[in-house]
Write a protein that binds this ligand. Structure first.
Ligand code: GLN
Length: 483
């Protein structure tokens, strides 16, 4: 039962082969049995899950239908869930029970999903390895000595290990696509503004975007359908109609223009990943796509720009955690300043503190022009590169990551080495474009992802290409041994 995709679950429920309650019981037992190896959950919500499952079964019995009605999922632990701990992977929020549901959580609950729990993540979504969580590192089910990617590593590990069919995640600089690549999943970061950020604890507000992590493009279409849409509570949410994503899956690849940026194949890319990427290009060519070499000349500046902008926004967003209104408070503060200092010093981990310091520095008078403003100018250049490229091609294809998942601890002493691993993903966030990672092979038993990027609001096109690829390949069906 645990091998079923969301699409298969929807058919099984519609055909009355099993109930949502039965499926929920099976998955909860599987999580209890297998998750201790992975550490992919921060909180389990068994009671909520069973009551939601029963309610979904009752709605179906009353004649209601819907692809998500009775579908078990989990939420990354930065989506606020009313009355349930929403920790953001941090000691700072270990005691925080959200007073309301994030829009994404409320929309999915209304569609009938069953919440099994809240998944582990890098603290405040900062990281590419899921090693910075207050609740401990998450392990990659493909090799328990390796990282699952971050920051949505808990969602990714749980879905890859078949503990559940799909989960929500967020992507500020790659945190949906990179863990998808590292764990053999399909993950979609939507266009900025497509999915509401209301109730999503902010890391870098101009880059953050929620999206689905699942095993197939078909399932990403189903989950995105439940997440996307205008929300008046989010001032950057865009009032554009949401297309039927499942209906977009079957478009022909004939004549589709795929751009492959020459800058992607630089010295930093593992040649074995380059080969898997070229194989995926050949596969799509066989289906009728036309391949074109393109250039993204400002890509080399993206990492330094991102690692100024994201910490700058983080330093501002995280100033609200001051030990006064909610979250962690130090013992016996001697003064207000002592309360601030020690609550933040004790409540935030090392990576979060590093980012706050870098961000505050980049925003400070005298350095603002030299760092923050300059980074914003680079951001525009990166966007302009994409706009020029999309005049010539329909989709951009390349590797999701320069290397496969590294060993736990391998980059702990060198944060910049970890930042460099985001080279292919962060440009889409800087430009606000949608991007998808799909399984495309293995290197030393570890999964490799191929990334597709499309123009604004062309999530359907990304899902279409990935689905057609998945109809002709079986990488996405491979299961990690032991799960
Ligand atoms: N690795 C990037 C960072 O640490 C991206 C994280 C994310 O997308 N949340 O900022």
């Amino acid at each position: 039962m645990h091998h079923m995709t969301l699409a298969e679950i929807a058919r099984g429920l519609a055909d009355k082969k099993f109930s949502s309650e039965e499926l929920t019981q099976v998955l909860l037992a599987r999580i209890a049995q297998l998750d201790p190896q992975l550490n992919s959950f921060i909180s389990l919500t068994q009671e909520l899950a069973l009551s939601q499952a029963k309610a979904a079964d009752a709605r179906r019995a009353n004649g209601e239908t819907g692809a998500l009605l009775g579908a078990p999922i989990a939420h990354k632990d930065l989506f606020c869930t009313q009355g349930i701990r929403t920790s953001c992977g941090s000691k700072m929020l270990d005691n925080f029970k959200a007073p309301y549901d994030a829009t994404v959580v409320a929309k999915l609950a209304a569609a009938g999903t069953v919440t099994l729990g809240k998944t582990n993540m890098d603290e405040f979504a900062m990281g590419s390895a899921n090693e910075s969580s207050y609740y401990g590192a998450v392990k990659n089910p493909w090799n328990l000595e390796h990282v699952p990617g971050g920051s949505s590593g808990g969602s990714a590990a749980a879905v890859a290990a078949r503990l559940l069919p799909a989960a929500t995640a967020t992507d500020t600089g790659g945190s949906i696509r990179q863990p998808a690549a590292f764990t053999n999943l399909t993950g979609l970061k939507p266009t900025y503004g497509r999915v509401s950020r209301w109730g999503m604890i902010a890391y870098a507000s101009s880059l953050d975007q929620g999206g689905p992590l699942a095993r197939t493009a078909e399932d990403c279409a189903i989950l995105l359908q439940g997440m996307a849409g205008f929300d008046p509570n989010d001032s950057t949410s865009i009032d554009e109609p949401v297309p039927d994503y499942s209906a977009s899956l079957n478009g022909s690849m004939q004549g589709l223009r795929i751009g492959v940026p020459k800058e992607y194949f630089s010295a930093g890319l593992d040649p074995r990943i380059a080969e898997r990427v070229h194989n995926s290009v050949k596969e799509l060519e066989k289906l009728g796509a036309v391949i074109k070499e393109i250039s993204l000349p400002n890509m080399q500046h993206a990492i330094p720009a991102y690692y100024v902008i994201a910490p700058a926004e983080a330093s501002s967003n995280l100033s609200r955690f001051d030990g006064v209104r909610f979250g962690y408070r130090c013992e016996n503060p001697e003064s207000l300043i002592d309360l601030y200092k020690r609550s933040r010093g004790e409540g935030f981990g090392a990576e979060v503190q590093r980012r706050i310091m870098v961000g505050a520095y980049a925003l400070s008078a005298g350095y603002y022009d030299a760092y923050y403003l300059k980074a914003q100018k680079i951001r525009r250049l990166v966007k302009n590169d994409f706009m020029a490229a999309f005049n010539e091609v329909d989709i951009i294809l390349g590797p999701t990551t320069p290397n496969p998942a590294w060993k736990l601890g391998a980059k702990n002493s060198d944060p910049v080495a970890e930042y460099l691993e985001d080279v292919y993903t962060i440009t889409a966030n800087l430009a606000g474009l949608p991007g998808l990672s799909m399984p495309a092979g293995f290197v030393d038993g570890l999964p490799v992802g191929v990334q597709l990027l499309a123009p604004y609001f062309q999530e359907g096109r990304l899902l279409n290409v990935a689905h057609q690829y998945q109809l002709h390949t079986d990488w996405h069906t491979r299961t990690p041994t032991g799960f």
